[in-house]
Design a protein around this ligand. Structure first.
Ligand code: 26Q
Length: 754
């Protein structure tokens, strides 16, 4: 045991480890981590990246920091020797929910990889006082509770860095807070989160409601405040401008401190714009360069050389466009610049109205500004980039083919294997050594064992252990008993119609009706859901309602529950993901083909030995290509077919409903007496009507092929030799999805950091 470490921990505690509670231990280890980080120099170089993002879904930091500092097992042993459990201590840390889902989690994985690769690059975002709401279920419905995560002492360090941020009607003084990002074994960068001192948390009333007009008090209160009215939209513009003006001023300050010529900014600075939320950085940086005496034209050229834009979605409603009048209210000083950019780009070089930054309705299209004034435009998976080039952003691809490139997403294996699945991680190291921790491509060497019965059995035993742990957790936290020997089908992600949780719910109904009719599945199945619905997204909330009603109906039926169980985990977050993902047998990735830009959960499941049941969408396509068609279950219509159906208005849900008795029975059951006795009639009827008459994301199109693929997977699961080999192949071929690989590609093609 490391006695120096033990002594220091005891000192920091100011008392014996034996006598300390988990909370005291948490605080002491937090201090220990801060000390150790202080010993590690910050990564510097000739060129620095600023990754600007409205979301950083970083998850709890303590365990990850211990792991990356190389003292996780030492600290764990010290605690164990004193009868304490590090996992219980980690559990004391409030989770910073500074993101929604994929985009925010990607930013967090990227920071881990940037630090680990010892690249100079900082994150820039906002210090929201309340992250994404906490989800509670009551009466089979979602309720939103404010989630206050900030505490003292905490993971953020208050700095003296402040900037004046100018709005149309006032100027506020910002303050920067820093989070240390330590890489695995080496590297140290920062996440800078900006705030203002005058934020007033007591503004929050009645769930997550607050007065949206008091900008000085509410600016950084919430991530994604409700923007269904004008005040909400104005607040979002205030937030976005606040974020990017801070970023731009920080960059200029740092460049001046380094003595760099601002005209040569592109040699020393790279900015990555994470979706359109930080797009105003383009006019803001131009404005500041003009104040430094640089001409508009030259400033626009400099900024184009600095900025890269990443697109994360092809859903039209997620492409931000703001009325000019709103921007005029919040950031009038940017309007001449945005106007100038529109004129310069569109009038000078293109005559296609679809390329205008400002459209005929006076709306400013953020993504269009990004594409004109960035030198790189990337999608996040091969299929996604292809669809951007040839469908969604086609006119821009025609104008700027050289800017377009693909960067398939990745995940950090430190959190998504080493931290969440120490058993599997240990086994891999025993088999192939530990080089894979820094070079994930090494996992391929596991293929050598693909016929080794001992290895396959061991993988199976680890999976079983993780399933037992998850079952225990679900019993304790959700009060639902599940059978660890059943097949765990796990479907966790944000609730959205395109992700088609409703299709999985219809499968549950299909199985329920089968079992009621005496046709039992070959193996008991447990379907586990988790995910939050946006507070204003009625249909997503209706889907949650249906799932919770089914959970109620299925689990309390003495016969059905022997073969089928349903669990919807409350408040799905990073900590719960780390518990649940290692326990998956089947990874449900069932989005409507063409709609999921990439997905990153799919990668986390694969890495932990789950087999994908998915459509040919997003990064699923690349998973399929890597593991081979015999190690994945794919189903459903192709993205080409789907795009064609949209273009020709060729999909009519009602035809599928009328044509197939089995589909009709499932859809009808949503308003059966059984479910109506549990749930809310209006919500269930609305959902059913939507599925029959609208079904914008084509659930009924793929329902039958989904059910049959899932049945095949469950059948195959019984063949343990076959299944465990599939698990091994999935793990061995997952190396490509390390975010280290993704970041190296960004650096090679876009950032060129040295
Ligand atoms: C837009 C306008 C108004 C209000 C909110 C928004 C908004 C907010 C969040 C639009 C998009 C987001 C988040 C998108 C997101 O998380 N996309 C996911 O990004 C992942 C990382 O690239 C991909 O893996 C997922 O496929 C993609 O859905």
């Amino acid at each position: 045991m490391d006695t120096a470490l033990e002594n220091r921990l005891t000192e920091l505690l100011g008392g014996k480890i034996d006598d300390a509670g988990d909370q005291d231990l948490y605080k002491a280890i937090l201090s220990l981590v801060k000390e150790k980080i202080g010993d590690r120099p910050e990564t510097v170089g000739n060129k620095k990246l600023y990754y600007i993002s409205a979301e950083f879904l970083i998850g709890r930091q303590l365990g990850k920091n211990l792991l990356n500092l190389g003292i996780y097992s030492q600290v764990s042993e010290i605690l164990k020797a004193h009868g304490k459990d590090l996992a219980a201590v980690e559990d004391r840390e409030p989770e910073p929910s500074l993101g929604n889902g994929g985009l925010g989690r990607l930013a967090a994985c990227f920071l881990d990889s940037i630090a680990t690769l010892d690249l100079p690059g900082d994150g820039v975002g906002l210090r929201y006082h309340f992250g994404l709401f906490k989800q509670e279920f009551r009466d089979n419905c979602q309720y939103e509770i404010p989630d206050h995560w900030l505490e003292e002492p905490g993971i953020l360090t208050k700095t003296n860095v402040t900037f004046p941020i100018i709005f149309g009607n006032m100027t506020v003084q910002s303050r920067m807070y820093d989070l240390d990002v330590v890489g695995f074994r080496k590297g140290h960068t920062k996440l800078h989160l900006f705030d203002i001192d005058s934020v007033d948390e007591s503004l929050v009333k009645d769930g997550i409601q607050f007065d949206k007009t008091l900008i000085e008090k509410n600016l950084t209160l919430f991530l994604y405040p409700d923007d269904s009215d004008k005040d909400g939209q104005l607040l979002r513009i205030y937030q976005q401008y606040f974020m990017v003006s801070n970023a731009a001023q920080l960059i200029i300050q740092e460049q001046k401190e380094l003595g760099h010529d601002l005209r040569k900014m592109a040699e020393h600075v790279a900015i990555q714009i994470n979706d359109t939320h930080p797009s105003l950085v383009i006019p803001e940086l131009i404005r500041l360069l003009i104040l430094e005496g640089i001409s508009f034209k030259e400033a626009a050229g400099i900024v184009t050389g600095v900025c890269g834009y990443t697109n994360h979605t092809i859903l039209a409603e997620a492409l931000e466009k703001w009325p000019m009048s709103y921007l005029n209210e919040v950031v009038p000083h940017l309007m001449p610049i945005i106007g100038g950019l529109d004129y310069a780009a569109v009038c000078a070089y293109h005559d296609n109205r679809n390329l205008n930054i400002i459209d005929d309705d006076g709306k400013v299209h953020m993504a269009r500004m990004d594409m004109h004034y960035s030198h790189s435009v990337n999608g996040v998976a091969a299929l996604h980039t292809k669809i951007l080039k040839h469908q969604e952003l086609r006119p821009f691809f025609e104008a700027y083919a050289e800017k377009f490139n693909n960067k398939t997403n990745g995940i950090t294996f430190r959190r998504w294997l080493m931290h969440c699945n120490t058993e599997l991680s240990g086994m891999i190291t025993d088999l192939i050594g530990e080089d894979w921790m820094e070079n994930a491509a090494e996992l391929e060497r596991l293929m050598y064992f693909h016929n080794d019965e001992g290895v396959l059995r061991h993988i199976d035993e680890i999976k079983q252990k993780k399933k037992e742990e998850a079952a225990k957790y679900i019993l304790e936290k959700e009060g639902i008993e599940i059978d660890p020997s059943s097949v765990f089908c796990i479907h966790v992600k944000r609730m959205h119609e395109y992700k088609r949780q409703q299709m999985n719910a219809l499968f549950i109904i299909y199985e329920y009706l089968n079992i009621k009719a005496g046709n039992y599945p070959v193996k008991p199945i447990t379907v586990i859901f988790g995910g939050k619905a946006a507070p204003a997204y009625i249909m997503a909330k209706n889907v949650i309602h249906l799932i919770l009603c089914l959970q109620n109906l299925v689990n309390s039926d003495p016969v059905v529950s022997k073969y089928l169980r349903v669990v919807m985990i409350q408040n799905y977050n990073i900590a719960k993901a780390e518990m649940i993902i290692p326990a998956a047998d089947i990874s449900e990735q069932i989005s409507l083909a063409s709609k999921e830009a990439s997905g990153t959960g799919n990668m986390k499941f694969m890495l932990n030995g789950a087999v994908t049941l998915g459509t040919n969408d997003g990064a699923n396509v690349e998973i399929r290509d890597l593991v081979g068609i015999e190690n994945i279950y794919t189903f459903g219509r192709s993205s080409d077919d789907v795009i064609n159906l949209y273009n020709t208005n060729g999909y009519h849900a009602i035809d599928f409903y009328n044509r197939s008795e089995s589909i009709r029975r499932c859809v009808d059951f949503i308003t059966s007496p059984e479910l109506l006795s549990i749930g809310n009639e209006q919500m269930l009827r609305d959902l059913q009507d939507n599925l029959k008459n609208k079904d914008w994301f084509m659930t009924l199109l793929d329902l039958e092929s989904y059910a049959s693929a899932k049945e095949t997977a469950v059948f195959d699961y019984q063949n343990r030799a076959k299944w465990t080999r599939m698990m091994l192949v999935n793990i061995a071929r997952s190396g490509f999805f390390s975010s280290d690989r993704t970041i190296l590609e960004y650096n090679r093609d876009i950032w060129h950091l040295r």
